[in-house]
Design a binder for this molecule. Sequence first.
Ligand code: PNS
Length: 164
Amino acid sequence: MSTAPRIAIYPGSFDPLTNGHVDIVRRGARLFDGIVVAVLQNLDKSPLFTVGERCDLVRAVFADLPQVEADSFAGLLVDYARQRRASAIVRGLRAVSDFEYEMQMALMNRRLSPEIETVFMMPAEAYTYVSSRLVKEIFALGGTVTGLVPPLVEARLREKLATR
Ligand code: PNS
């Protein structure tokens, strides 16, 4: 009997990709046949990295995992998930403070597309306080982000800062 590959979408801003994100993707890659790291094309925000740069970083960081793909999307996440024939949306839950927002999104997405399940995963404890927003703030103010982001992301952050 042949079964369709189980594809999960891991959506987010990833500006930039942190070690918390990396941890979730690596865990997700063990559960699904394919995991698509889907970078939101968000017109409202003024990002540090372009969507293309963020996708390139994802590709480079997960070069050792052929089941991980980087892509970008605009519009409704459930429409994109359906288009990619995904059965699940993966989201990381770091702390109770994440829960309310995540539950609201998961239930809204379920209402919009009942066949797609949201799967919550917890990162390793070491990353429960890591966020892209704090990484950017710390880096911009001269603090060290070593260990919070992949070395390649840290190098790209340094390049960004130098050109600003
Ligand atoms: O990394 P983020 O910013 O927490 O990710 C949020 C994201 C991309 C998952 C969310 O903003 C999203 O899904 N946006 C796409 C538009 C959409 O589907 N909105 C309805 C969500 S219920």
